[in-house]
Design a protein around this ligand. Sequence first.
Ligand code: NAD
Ligand code: TYD
Length: 328
Amino acid sequence: MKVMVTGGAGFIGSHFAKRLATAGDTVVVLDKLTYAGNPRNLEGFDIPLVVGDIADPEAVARAAAGCDAIVNFAAESHVDRSILAAGDFITTDVFGTHILLEHARKHDLRYVQVSTDEVYGDLEPGNSAVESDPIVPSSPYSASKAGGDLQVLAYVRTHGVNASISRGANTYGPFQYPEKLVSLFTTNALDGQPLPVYGDGKQRREWIHAEDHCAGIDLVLRQGEPGGIYNVGGEERENIDVIERILALTGASSDLLKHVTDRPGHDRRYSIDSAKLRSLGWERKWDFTEGLKQTVEWYAERRDWWEPIKSGEYLAFYREQYAERLGQ
Ligand code: NAD
Ligand code: TYD
């Protein structure tokens, strides 16, 4: 199969592109190389990278020539950035998805939309979202992802596009841009910098290793039904538990932990039921303890990867997001 992986120079997309290439599929990556895109994520693999925007039909047509399928990872993906400014989220996650769906429709391509458990919104303790649940996104990010999902479902029903949706949990692993909880706190801990915990830190997320997430998406690509939605879940942990593990694994002092002003609209808990995907044969290979250890060790060894990122645009975002919260 020849697959166009959009957003394939980002965190999860690069794991996916490398997985397919290793398995012998032909892969082409279309990526705009925003702040989060990094060609180095594909180093060591002979994967063609077309630099372009999923919202540009010509770039999409150029990259997708000869492809059988599109797997769309391209997105603005960070909740905090969507709170500071949401315009790019609409352009990429909503309008960009529309352009990709139009291409899939015209050329009769298989299509997978990589979505998130955040579209289900806050879940009460004891509840886990199933795929038929209504979507009630809380942040501009999750609302833009929900907009993408709804278009996919409309294109399946109206135009008969062969498209499925995966909804993955919070993902961690090597090559994650250092702005999300695990990658930011690990690199800060390694540098002796403060770890800014939003509010009481008792929020809960499901955590999944990027390789397990990609295995789930791969199965959805090959076996997902048109209009099918598939949750790809992880292990549920309280944020503080994750943070304490990072402190222990890096050997950093707990004095670095700083409770700061909470994120507006912050969801307390995400939880998804992955029984549907498991019934297709999917299971996680990484448990959280082992996966987090492997990830922290990777960041400790790969300063050459993340230190250059923590400059320029990154520092401007970091100041805007954290300076006041941290009293800097
Ligand atoms: P990321 O921010 O690391 O990477 C996104 C990639 O998309 C980057 O390479 C970026 O350059 C590219 N991109 C952005 N806008 C583009 C555009 N207009 N055209 C082409 N390329 C563009 O994101 P990630 O964490 O790897 O997430 C990938 C996908 O998985 C996203 O759709 C996200 O919503 C979804 N997801 C992420 C998580 C998570 O915990 N990270 C969990 C569930 C689902
Ligand atoms: P994040 O990695 O941004 O993923 P998401 O918001 O998409 O779930 O955040 C995970 C959790 O960690 C979330 O509850 C917010 C919290 N968090 C902090 O407490 N401090 C931070 O600096 C960041 C980035 C996240």
